[in-house]
Write a protein that binds this ligand. Structure first.
Ligand SMILES: Cc1cc2nc3c(=O)[nH]c(=O)nc-3n(C[C@H](O)[C@H](O)[C@H](O)COP(=O)(O)OP(=O)(O)OC[C@H]3O[C@@H](n4cnc5c(N)ncnc54)[C@H](O)[C@@H]3O)c2cc1C
Length: 423
């Protein structure tokens, strides 16, 4: 028997995967007794915001993930196919029909027993347990998770954008560490140098760009103060004065532009995001700007004109554990092999990513031999990333081509490269 807490996308997939393998499941769901501020319906696998599961085509990161999920027997994709709505190249669903379909499948599966109850501490049943309580996990259960993980539960995203290494223009950007310090001889950071005119233009656009409106529950959330003072959005800092960011995230001290032989007027630094060095994050650029605005304004950074953003910066309420310190790639806790985490609480980001991790947790919770997917699958790469011990500051990650291992052969053209990455 396996115990699963949370009947969201991840919990339902986990329950389904376990039941398909002939194992009994006890699935705990707090609704309708208690609702998070974003959940409104009694039904399971509720989509709290958009109704899109992103691109369908298999030569996209989102499409590839879906194809892998389909082959693993995904419940959400089975239900999504029944209630899809027209959405160009994307898979989008009628959200009411979708949540009803998932609920109906779960409720009529004889091996799954649903119990409506708020779980207030991590169950210890002597058998497998999966925690899939989502990004709005709170209260006593959050305290219990914090106790187990040694306080490694974050309550917010404050993420800077991430770009692919291959899309950075190294004719303009250069490797260096401030004052030549750092591990690598060539420098640990990629630096994008600004002259005075470029900086002033960039600053003007940054302070005038449009931000995302926070949800009401995020405005009143208990950690809001921590986010805004300790981890200030770059655009908020920029509004404090023309030079505020030039003395902060964009300070040029300790850097010499090899092309001019001088210190730049300002500089943006990018730091390696994964051990393969295929992704870089923009240091200190946590932001609450709308995604389109991030693309427009951050593409003004010299060297990032054609940057491929694999994730944009976000700042919102999001509880997730420090998986690189805690989890194995099979989603079990390193210190307790019968305890698994699944869904957004592991640091994966997105509906499909959450659901996909649920499938894998469900399989592993009931299997003798643990399934660890290869790094050149999208789900394998994603779970490899969140459990990668070299990731020191995990920020939630969705499916993207940048987390796949680099290709061993040169393939021209992005579409062909993406296709080749699928092999
Ligand atoms: C406001 C908001 C908007 C989002 N919008 C999008 C979007 O548009 N697109 C996208 O791809 N992703 C979005 N996400 C991110 C994420 O993909 C979704 O949150 C997704 O639903 C996560 O799936 P999950 O199964 O991990 O958690 P959830 O779907 O949140 O499921 C968790 C379940 O656990 C239950 N639960 C929680 N605590 C307990 C407890 N103590 N005891 C018993 N049951 C409990 C909850 O009631 C819920 O049913 C959004 C997240 C938030 C918070």
């Amino acid at each position: 028997m396996v115990t699963i807490v949370g009947a969201g996308l991840a919990g339902c997939e986990a329950a389904w995967a376990a039941a398909r393998r002939g194992i009994r499941v006890r699935l705990f769901e707090q609704k309708p007794i208690k609702y998070s501020p974003a959940h409104k319906k009694e039904t399971f696998a509720e989509l709290v915001c958009s109704n899109s599961f992103k691109a369908a085509r298999v030569n996209s990161a989102a499409g590839l993930l879906k194809e892998e999920m389909r082959r693993l027997g995904s419940l959400t994709l089975e239900c999504a196919a029944e209630c899809a709505v027209d959405a160009g190249g994307a898979l989008a669903v009628d959200r009411d029909l979708f949540t009803a379909a998932v609920t109906e499948r779960i409720m009529s599966e004889p091996l799954i027993e649903v119990i409506h109850e708020e779980i207030t501490q991590i169950p210890d049943t002597g058998e497998s347990v999966i925690i899939a309580t989502g990004p709005l996990t709170e209260g006593k259960l959050a305290e219990s998770i914090e106790a187990l993980t040694g306080g490694m539960l974050h309550f917010h995203d404050a993420a800077a954008p991430i770009v692919t290494a291959e899309s950075i223009d190294m004719e303009k950007a250069f490797f260096a560490s401030r004052y030549g310090r750092g591990e690598n001889a060539e420098g640990d950071y990629i630096n994008c140098p600004f002259n005075k005119e470029e900086y002033e233009r960039f600053h003007h656009e940054l302070v005038n760009a449009q931000s995302v409106e926070l949800h009401e529950f995020e405005k009143s959330s208990r950690d809001q103060f921590k986010v805004y003072e300790g981890c200030m959005p770059i655009e908020v800092l920029a509004k404090r004065g023309a030079d505020a960011v030039r003395y902060g995230a964009m300070k040029p001290v300790g850097l010499t532009d090899p092309r001019t032989g001088h210190r730049p007027w300002a500089a943006v630094q990018l730091r390696k995001e994964n051990s393969a060095g295929t992704l870089y994050n923009i240091v200190g650029f946590q932001t609450n700007l709308k995604f389109g605005e991030q693309k427009r304004v951050f593409s003004m950074i010299p060297g990032l004109e054609n940057a491929e953003f694999v994730r944009y910066g976000v700042m919102h309420r999001n509880s997730f554990i420090d998986s690189p310190k805690l989890l194995n790639a099979d989603l079990s806790v390193r210190s307790r092999k019968d305890l698994f985490f699944a869904g957004q609480i592991t640091g994966v980001e997105g509906y499909m990513e959450s659901a996909a991790s649920g499938i894998l947790a469900g399989i592993n919770a009931v299997s003798e031999k643990r399934l660890i997917l290869p790094a050149d699958t999208m789900l394998g790469a994603l779970l490899g990333y969140i459990s990668d011990k070299s990731v020191t500051d995990l920020q939630p990650m969705g499916a993207n081509m940048g987390i796949l291992p680099p290709l061993t052969e040169t393939i021209r053209g992005k579409q062909d490269r993406d296709l080749a990455e699928k092999r």
